[in-house]
Ligand binder design. Structure first.
Ligand code: BES
Ligand code: MN
Ligand code: ZN
Length: 505
């Protein structure tokens, strides 16, 4: 769908909404039959108020009513969407209303539409926030996961040209670009994540990265098994050793910032399948371990977005891909591995493989002298227990006001609704990973599993500013709605766009 911005009479423009010839205009109405300014503009001959008087629309958030050939309006249809009580809508109410409107538009026989919602109706948020959200939502609602079905789910062509009614300005134009780029990045992340593990192998991720690099002009380097051996990434290689699929550690580089400026580094866990290895997982829902590469998918999604935007920032993305399988060559419980930074690790459970891969990837990125490193990983079931599917777990070293990285990520998470919750990372948790035979064990004594895993990674990140996002509960949905969410691409993109903004000031 193509999205453009235009001001109408109701928001400062010269064009009269009621006189605009278009397939459909979506406007908001409130409970108690109150009209938004935009709905009012279409009600000169009573088309909207007559529909409300009929009682066909509750105006509760999520409700919608389609009017055909409305009186006194040049548009063929009006879509009334409920925005709840007049006054300040919550972010969620606004987001739900946008989703309902976009879904309805997608099912219409019309090819063009105007979305004329009250863009300033959310408390503390401005029109830029609303436009960024709408653009992202356009891509989110258009996502389809039926590419491998021989009979596709039925779908109308729907609206292809969407005009968002908003007063012009540099802020909203930038917000539109950010929203579109974020939406496209989420689509890539979801597409890769939803692919089955027999198709989306480490090599497939590397090929996808190559395609992205070619399209957007990123530098790319792929470390294969030999290169990883050279680098002494014994821990990473041990996880891959049970699989027929060779590992691939992809390094993408976008040089959009000032030459020589320290890069931001994103490291994604890319287990294209996590069977647990010799410590094999139980069978129930094991298919969902194809999603154990969602951190890597998010990194590739972010790279699509920064490529689209030509972001003014130096960013390095690492996709740490491999497969965790049981076999005669697989790592055993009891094995002791020497990691790239020299610390030895006793493997007590081969299913705690994410940290074994990430520790070497995190050591590897020291060479970039990063401004900051953020790793993104479906790391622990314990994080799902702690936070459920609403918040990702955010871990960062310092608990003082100077820990700006954590504060920036939290701010980005609140702004985008791609929520994260700060978790502890005290030294004390390291006690849980003591080993009699190695520097540390790869699992801890019971309790605080998500924190212990983060504390393990922390040991390998002392040379730079670092944050860890555990996305085990947020990267995909289970049950009837099974599918990747594209999170935390919005959070990361917002964070990067803010950094880029500061950079160009
Ligand atoms: N990829 C899993 C974490 C996971 C499990 C994410 C379920 C989402 C849903 C990870 O590699 C893993 O298996 N972690 C173990 C760690 C344990 C052995 C210490 C876990 O969480 O059970
Ligand atoms: Mn595992
Ligand atoms: Zn895993």
């Amino acid at each position: 769908m193509n999205i453009t911005l235009q001001a109408f009479g109701s928001n400062g423009g010269a064009v009269d909404l009621a006189k605009t010839v278009v397939g459909c205009i979506a406007v908001a109405v409130y409970e108690d039959r109150k009209l938004s300014t935009e709905a009012e503009a279409l009600d000169r001959e009573g088309a909207v108020s007559a529909a409300l008087a009929s009682g066909d629309l509750s105006a509760k958030p999520g409700s919608a009513l389609l009017l055909h050939n409305p009186q006194g309006v040049a548009a063929k249809r009006i879509l009334l969407v409920g925005l709840g009580k007049a006054g300040a809508a919550s972010e969620k109410t606004f987001a739900d209303t946008v989703r309902v409107a976009l879904r309805a538009l997608a099912g219409l026989g019309a090819s063009d539409a105007i979305l004329a919602l009250p863009m300033d109706s959310v408390a503390q948020r401005d029109a830029s926030w609303a436009v960024r959200h709408i653009a992202q939502a356009v891509h989110e609602t258009a996502y389809r996961s039926d590419t491998l079905k021989s009979e596709k789910d039925p779908m109308r062509d729907g609206v292809r040209e969407l005009t968002v009614a908003v007063a012009a300005g540099a802020g909203v134009t930038a917000a539109l670009a950010e929203g579109i780029a974020t939406g496209k990045g989420m689509t890539l992340a979801r597409t890769l994540a939803d692919l089955p593990p027999n198709i989306c192998t480490p090599d497939y991720l590397a090929q996808s990265a190559h395609a992205l690099a070619k399209e957007h002009g990123f530098a790319i380097d792929v470390l294969d098994r030999d290169a990883m051996r050279e680098l002494k990434m014994e821990s990473y290689l041990a996880v891959a050793s049970g699989s027929q699929q060779p590992p691939a550690c992809v390094v993408l580089r976008h040089d959009g910032g000032k030459p020589g400026e320290a890069p931001l580094v994103l490291v994604g866990k890319g287990l294209t399948f996590d069977s647990g290895g010799i410590s094999i997982k139980p069978g129930a829902a094991m298919d969902e371990m194809k999603y154990d590469m969602c951190g890597a998918a998010a990194v590739l999604g972010v790279f699509r977005a920064i490529g689209e935007l030509g972001l003014a920032l130096n960013v390095i993305g690492v996709v740490a891909a491999c497969e965790n399988m049981p076999s005669g060559g697989a790592t055993r419980p009891g094995d002791i591995l020497t990691t790239m930074n020299g610390l030895t690790v006793e493997v007590l459970n081969t299913d705690a493989e994410g940290r074994l891969v990430l520790c070497d990837a995190l050591t590897y990125v020291e060479r970039f002298a990063p401004a900051a490193v953020i790793d993104i990983a479906t790391l622990t079931g314990a994080c799902v227990t702690a936070l459920g599917s609403y918040n990702s777990g955010l871990f960062s070293r310092h608990d003082d006001a100077h820990d700006l990285l954590a504060a920036e990520l939290l701010e980005a998470s609140r702004y985008t609704g791609d929520r994260a919750w700060r978790m502890p990372l005290d030294d004390a948790y390291r006690e849980q990973m003591k080993s009699n035979f190695a520097d540390l064990a790869n699992i801890g004594t019971p309790g605080a599993g998500a924190v212990v895993a983060a504390a393990f990674l922390e040991r390998f990140t002392r040379k730079y500013t670092w944050a860890h996002l555990d996305i085990a509960g947020t990267a995909w949905k289970t049950g009837a709605e099974k599918g990747a969410t594209g999170r935390p691409v919005p959070l990361l993109m917002r964070f990067l766009c803010k950094r880029a903004e500061l950079n160009t000031k």
